[in-house]
Design a protein around this ligand. Structure first.
Ligand SMILES: NC(=O)c1ccc[n+]([C@@H]2O[C@H](COP(=O)([O-])OP(=O)(O)OC[C@H]3O[C@@H](n4cnc5c(N)ncnc54)[C@H](OP(=O)(O)O)[C@@H]3O)[C@@H](O)[C@H]2O)c1
Length: 338
């Protein structure tokens, strides 16, 4: 069974609607368009974030009861009761006769919605614009399959890869536009991981702020790793999202625990010691590098020893995006598949 032209167009619209949802919060960004028997749009919806109705329910809430025949949704409808009820049951109860979706839900608990719908006699078509939809929620899909957060490692460095000057100062390597972009990254994350070294050297606030210094609506939880204590007067102790002092423990174990606590996107903003450890352990899904057209020289590189002795063993990345932000460059990179 294939999707009709109207259904494929509705899927494009559903993907655009999905983009209205938040990246942080542990849930995927999902859009839904309801069509009548003639393929006309009856209602639209999207998921507004964890704890709020899923896209299908949002769309149904905007439709005249009985008017919609087909639901076009970017992710397989869920089949479980979490903070909200199963979408499969809601669609069946609303009299939806056909469901067209893009990507299978890989979740061991939430998956199975397509099978439940078929069992109830609903026509189900999966895989429509699947590649586009999967690329759109890639971080969430990877985290869900692995049951560990998507990890973005961020640093700001000079042209010669220096993350601090000889005296340890690193404020501000980059200009205001790059820093604003960094605050956006924070707001799109559920947690920010840093090391005690950075806390003791910089006393960072690790809040997500706008250009005027005001707090953005979404704040990531700061997580500090390391045996040393966070000082009692540290700025992090006043963080609006609280503070997690993780102590000295295996990073994989910590990430697993953060995922279990609903944190699916983690941003690493640390000094060379922790940043190198995250990269060397293969835990970085993405690098966000802000490059300032400056030279500092000296030993304070953004990345320390990775245990690599020969060029053939270099970790290789694929450049996904390059942006110019004022005087600086912002690079988004992914590990290159072997
Ligand atoms: N340019 C940038 O983007 C940027 C960003 C952040 C910081 N910095 C600069 O970086 C410097 C601080 O560097 P840093 O390397 O000392 O800080 P760091 O990497 O943030 O913290 C290092 C500490 O993390 C702890 N840790 C916990 N688990 C670890 C693991 N698996 N592997 C390694 N470390 C682990 C250890 O703490 P314990 O010793 O307490 O166990 C270690 O000493 C400052 O000059 C700061 O300004 C620059």
């Amino acid at each position: 069974m294939e999707a009709s032209v109207e259904e494929t167009a509705a899927m494009r619209r559903a993907l655009a609607l999905a983009a209205n949802g938040p990246l942080a919060g542990g849930n995927p960004r999902v859009g839904c368009v309801l069509l009548d028997g003639a393929g006309n749009v009856v209602a639209e919806g999207w998921h507004h974030g964890a704890g709020t109705p899923h896209a299908e329910i949002d769309a149904l809430s905007h439709a005249v009861p009985g008017a919609a025949r087909t639901a076009v949704v970017t992710l397989e409808p869920c089949n479980h009761t979490g903070r909200t009820g199963p979408c499969s049951e809601a669609l069946i109860a609303a009299g939806i006769r056909r469901v067209v979706f893009a990507v299978d839900d890989p979740g061991p608990v939430s998956g199975g919605g397509a099978a439940r719908l078929r069992e109830a006699g609903v026509e189900v078509v999966g895989g429509v614009l699947a590649d586009e939809a999967a690329a759109f929620i890639e971080a969430w899909l990877v985290a869900r399959r692995r049951e560990r957060p998507w990890v973005t490692v961020k640093w700001a460095s000079t042209l010669d890869g220096r993350a601090a000057a000889a005296d340890g100062s690193s404020r501000w390597i980059t200009g205001p536009q790059a820093r604003a972009d960094g605050h956006r990254l924070r707001a799109e994350s559920d947690a920010i991981l840093t090391g005690t070294g950075t806390v003791l050297a910089d006393d960072p606030a690790l809040t997500a702020r706008d250009a005027e210094g005001g707090l953005l609506p979404r704040q990531p939880v700061p997580v500090v790793v390391g045996a040393r204590a966070v000082p009692s007067d540290a700025a992090l102790r006043r963080h609006p999202a609280g503070l997690v002092e993780a102590g000295d423990r295996p990073l994989e174990e910590l990430l697993d625990e953060l995922y279990a606590r609903g944190m699916a996107r983690v941003l690493v903003e640390a000094g060379p010691t922790l940043t190198s450890a995250v990269v060397a352990e293969g835990l970085a899904d993405e690098l966000a590098v802000y490059l300032a057209p400056k030279l500092l020289g000296g030993p304070a590189t953004a990345i320390g020893d990775l245990g690599i002795s020969g060029i053939g063993d270099a970790l290789v990345y694929e450049v996904r995006d390059v942006r110019r932000l004022g005087e600086d460059l912002a690079l988004t990179l992914r590990p290159k598949e072997a």
